[in-house]
Design a protein around this ligand. Structure first.
Ligand SMILES: [Zn+2]
Length: 238
């Protein structure tokens, strides 16, 4: 450490610390690190501090100063507090990770079955239109929202499990969740922008935009896939 306190700083520190009552708290001026005087001894116990390199450095300076005025610092059992301020994206990511942790531990809907959802054949999930929810929009107009669910069948007890689409996407991963297999055997895969550009430039006729119905079989598509640009495959094999 290159930093050295001035004599004046040392004097101020000595006065401040000696004035502390027994077991009193003492903090750095920014409140980022909190200490307690250990009884009436010349000893500070670092209780908690923000987990940040700058705060760590500030605590090292406290240690340097105290050592020079014959005080000591015990920082062996410090509680580190998270120092970051999450941005909205970070919050979404954290939430997704938390959900992911729960989902990997989730088991079959049949309470007597212990098969993990994550171990089931998620790729073969069958989207089902379960119900319609009616709600009033901002203008007071009645709107109908279709409720769909990817249904996964347990390989052990054959229970059909209706998953929330967002849970399914987390469990199965984007690669699987971005594919939809129609009853006629055609697989639609949601495209990324670079893929769309490449297919348009290459005049690839497998690119299509999905509406409400499957362009080949006419079956109703889950809302998740409507309005998306997809590539079509598997039609030739039929
Ligand atoms: Zn089961």
């Amino acid at each position: 450490m290159q930093w050295k306190p001035t004599n004046e700083e040392l004097e101020i520190a000595r006065e401040e610390l000696e004035a502390l009552p027994a077991d009193a708290f003492w903090s750095t001026p920014d409140q980022h690190a909190q200490y307690r005087r250990d009884g009436e001894t010349n000893r500070l116990v670092l209780m908690k501090r923000l987990d940040h390199p700058m705060v760590e450095e500030a605590c090292e300076r406290v240690k340097t100063v105290t050592a020079m005025i014959d005080w000591e610092v015990d920082d062996s059992d410090v509680e580190l507090l998270p120092a970051w301020h999450p941005d909205p994206e970070e919050v979404v990511l954290q939430e997704r990770m938390r959900l992911q942790e729960q989902l990997v531990k989730a088991t079959c809907a049949n309470v007597e079955c212990d098969v993990y959802l994550a171990a089931m054949d998620l790729e073969e999930a069958q989207w089902q239109h379960l119900d319609d929810a009616v709600f009033e929009d901002e203008d007071g107009e009645e709107q109908t929202m279709e409720i769909w669910s990817p249904v996964v069948t347990c390989y052990k007890c054959e229970t059909e499990i209706q998953l929330a689409p967002e849970h399914y996407a987390i469990l199965a991963g984007d690669d699987i969740a971005n594919r939809f297999k129609s009853q006629s055997g055609i697989t639609y895969r949601v495209l990324t922008r670079p893929e769309v550009i490449e297919m348009i430039d290459g005049k690839d006729h497998n690119l299509t935009v999905l509406g409400t119905f499957c362009p080949m079989s006419g079956e109703v598509l889950p809302p998740f896939y409507r309005g998306l640009m997809v590539s079509m495959s598997g039609a030739e094999e039929e």
